[in-house]
Design a binder for this molecule. Structure first.
Ligand SMILES: [Zn+2]
Length: 296
């Protein structure tokens, strides 16, 4: 096994984890979908699990990449959390996959430059990714596969901006719809430096995906309600009457209540319907401050 545990970034992330009461677990083994590495945050059991694919166990950049994902989580960058009854919801596999892509790519806007800053390089892996994108330039996709490709263009751009520039014109000509989506998403992700900016960018991405899915399939995903993104309310907002800042909604087919941030129309948290009635909860929003509601 490589000496990833001896790197500064490992020490830093391990320290952050300890401060937040998390256990950092590092494994080398098999990963599905042949990814070089993966990370998993288990908020319930306070565990962050990083797995490095056997094949890449000597490539430090893989571990560094996953550690940087963990670092973003531990320093308060937003994480999507899916509604627990999601298996019965319209949040189908398309929605889930899109959420994973959005969170990953948004974080990659910070991670790829940071890997280089820290003196590591993922170039070998990135070039393989670039070749993949280049090889499908002449392939025509339809429906939601266009969305998938737009995500790949974005990922390719963040990995290797210079190489991407050499095929950009060709992509624009041959995959005009995907290229248009790519440009939009790139604009939405142009500011991600702080947790609050990242939330805004991810929220806009979620809404864009809803729009594309609606257009391509006619179905409304309500992705913005079936997932939550960490809210960043300021002191002033926390002291306000809750109903000024948030609202509660309910879908007939589900027992639970969705607390929505009025400012961006994205879910803040889910409230179990068996713990309080919808009417009672709505009354509480009128009576209590936002801070009181959030600490319930
Ligand atoms: Zn990643």
């Amino acid at each position: 096994m490589s000496n990833i545990t001896e790197t500064n970034i490992y020490e830093e992330v391990e320290q952050l984890a300890i401060e937040k009461g998390y256990e950092l677990v590092l494994l080398v083994g098999e990963i599905k979908e042949q990814a070089a590495g993966s990370h998993e945050v288990d908020e319930e059991n306070k565990k962050i699990k990083i797995t490095i694919n056997n094949e890449y166990k000597d490539d430090l950049s893989v571990g560094v990449h996953e550690l940087l994902h963990a670092k973003l989580f531990l320093t308060g960058f937003p994480k999507t959390r899916t509604y627990y009854h999601a298996s019965q919801t319209s949040l189908n596999s398309v929605g889930r996959r899109a959420l994973v892509e959005i969170e990953n790519i948004a974080q990659h806007t910070i991670i790829y430059p940071e890997i280089i800053n820290l003196g590591y390089s993922q170039r070998k892996l990135d070039l393989v990714y670039f070749e993949g994108v280049k090889n499908e330039i002449d392939t025509v996709f339809s429906g939601l596969n266009k969305l998938g490709r737009a995500f790949r263009l974005l990922e390719c751009y963040y990995r290797l901006p210079e190489e991407f520039a050499t095929i950009e014109k060709d992509i624009n000509e041959k995959q005009n719809a995907e290229y248009g989506l790519f440009r939009k998403m790139k604009r939405l992700l142009s500011k991600t430096g702080t947790p609050k900016e990242m939330r805004k960018a991810m929220g806009s991405m979620i809404k864009l995906v809803e729009e594309v899915v609606k257009k391509e399939t006619g179905s409304q995903l309500y992705l913005r309600y079936f997932t939550t993104l960490n809210p960043y309310f300021n002191e002033y907002q926390l002291k306000q009457k809750a109903s000024k800042i948030v609202s509660a909604i309910k879908f007939n087919e589900y027992p639970d209540i969705f607390l929505i941030n009025k400012e961006d129309d994205i879910c803040v948290t889910f409230i179990r319907g068996d713990s309080i009635s919808y009417d009672r909860y709505k009354n509480l929003l009128e009576e209590k401050t936002l801070k009181e509601i959030l600490s319930m």
